[in-house]
Design a protein around this ligand. Structure first.
Ligand SMILES: N[C@@H](CCC(=O)N[C@@H](CS)C(=O)NCC(=O)O)C(=O)O
Length: 273
């Protein structure tokens, strides 16, 4: 997102793609901001603020231990947080900006609170503290809710895998949001023919290193959810991307079958990105 407030950021573009894609769902009722899920209370910023207008929301208001996640109406960097909360059955408020053209308006309003550490989202407000940086948030909630490894070294292994997903996501996002169509096509070729197969192989090697269903063998960690999230982001644009990577695809299918994850996938708003 650029500081000029233009609507060209990946998250805003993703929100725009989300709103147009929900209009295109033919077989199911589109699930937008009115979606509801067992643990996530999905709401707009206006609802979270009690719709009392500018300056009336206090971000550090006591939330009685109930976390509040703020982000665009998109998956983006917030979805891994939502997946962890779903798996751990944590009740929280999933506060989303409206779709474009109002997304930036809402983001500016939140920034106007003067409490965002880096003027970026996602943020998680918990117990009167505002946390930014998605990876810090992810590690905090994964530790708190038992989705880390059993040892410090295993935690580092899980972090390593998750950091890898961030690298690949960044390469994907750069490509998807290239400035011109021609640039995008060119980058798409390089990404799908060179970058993606190389990185998919890295992940597959790591997955197979220990045997078992998960990256840490028999123990599910947030890294499994992070890899799943990254793969579903990429397959939105490149449906066949992971075709040759059987172990990774089987891993993704296992994540989707986790009952709490399955519930979230079935009930979450249908944003593609
Ligand atoms: N390293 C940060 C990056 C967050 C980030 O760039 N968020 C975007 C939206 S996806 C944003 O708020 N951009 C506003 C800006 O950087 O000015 C994280 O992982 O949370």
């Amino acid at each position: 997102m650029n500081s000029s407030g233009s609507e060209s950021s990946p998250a805003v573009a993703a929100a725009a793609a989300a709103s147009s894609s929900s209009n295109h769902s033919s077989n199911s009722v589109p699930r937008g901001l009115s979606a509801s899920s067992k643990w996530a209370k999905i709401m707009t910023l206006q609802e979270a603020m009690g719709d009392q207008g500018e300056g009336t929301m206090t971000l550090k208001a006591t939330t009685n231990g109930r976390p509040r996640l703020f982000y665009f109406h998109a998956r983006g960097r917030a979805e891994i947080i939502r997946l962890i909360f779903a798996q751990a059955e944590v009740e929280y408020d999933d506060v989303r900006f409206r779709e474009p053209p109002h997304a930036m308006e809402d983001f500016e309003r939140l920034k106007g609170e003067g409490e965002l550490p880096f003027d970026q989202v996602p943020i998680l407000e918990v117990d009167g503290m505002v946390l930014a940086q998605s990876q810090a948030i992810v590690r905090y909630i994964a530790r708190k809710h038992g989705l880390m490894g059993g040892t410090e070294l295993d935690n580092a292994f899980a972090d390593m895998v998750a950091c890898g997903t961030e690298d690949l996501r960044q390469k994907f996002t750069q490509m998807i949001f290239a400035k011109t169509e021609q640039e995008r096509e060119q980058q798409l070729q390089t990404f799908s023919k060179e970058v993606l197969p190389r990185w998919a192989r890295y992940f597959e090697n790591l997955l197979c290193q220990r045997g078992g269903d998960w990256f840490l063998g028999s123990r599910l960690t947030y890294a499994d959810l992070a890899v799943y999230d990254m793969m579903s982001t990429i397959t939105w644009r490149l449906p066949e991307a992971f075709g040759p990577f059987e172990s990774l695809r089987a891993h993704g299918a296992r994540v989707e079958k986790l009952p709490n994850i399955a519930h979230w996938l079935q009930t979450r708003p249908d944003n593609p990105l």
